[in-house]
Design a binder for this molecule. Structure first.
Ligand SMILES: [Fe+2]
Ligand SMILES: [Fe+2]
Length: 188
């Protein structure tokens, strides 16, 4: 599917506010891809699709998980908003037929993980820093993302972990492992 077709589908499915976020993500992901030598076309596809199921409720998410035989870990069962990344990845694969590396970037856009590919890092960060984002520290993270992508990733992991702890949520092991990976081997 061409980018404009994907974009039309996305804007049809999502509210205008969420679609604006995804479009912001698309332009940010393209810029990051050009800065760091990833494929800008793949980055744009992943960004357009990353939140495609975000507005589905818990019940719908669980139905999609069943439909696509998605195995849920203990944290995902309790923190159901995490499911949108898993279901969006499956929709990207089976409905929009994008390549596996794009689906994986969608899959890990919320939690991150160890051994992230460049494309996965770009989507994770684009989601954090796209122009409509306003959280504390976003200006610093925007600069860092273009200066040192691994330091930016560490900053983003830390912000995400702090946010989960502040609301008394449960940390996903992929986020903790991703954060520790950056601190140990991921900076090379
Ligand atoms: Fe998301
Ligand atoms: Fe997002």
């Amino acid at each position: 599917m061409e980018l404009d077709e994907l974009r039309n589908e996305m804007t049809r499915v999502l509210s205008s506010k969420r679609a604006k976020h995804a479009l912001g993500c698309e332009s940010e992901a393209e810029k990051l891809a050009l800065r760091w030598g990833a494929d800008p076309y793949k980055a744009r596809q992943a960004a357009i699709l990353h939140d495609i199921t975000k507005e589905r409720n818990r019940e719908e998410q669980l139905k999609l998980c069943e439909k696509y035989s998605i195995m849920l870990g203990d944290v995902e069962k309790l923190e159901w908003p995490l499911l949108h990344a898993l279901t969006a990845a499956e929709i990207a694969r089976s409905v929009y037929h994008v390549s596996g590396d794009i689906c994986e970037a969608v899959r890990y856009h919320t939690t991150g993980k160890e051994n992230m590919t460049l494309l996965q890092k770009i989507i994770y960060l684009a989601d954090f820093i796209e122009p409509t984002r306003t959280f504390r520290g976003v200006c610093k993270l925007r600069k860092l993302a273009y200066k040192n992508i691994n330091e930016a990733l560490l900053f983003a992991f830390d912000s995400s972990i702090k946010e989960v702890l502040n609301r008394g949520g449960i940390l996903h092991p992929d986020t903790v492992n991703g954060r520790n990976w950056i601190c140990t081997k991921g900076r090379d």
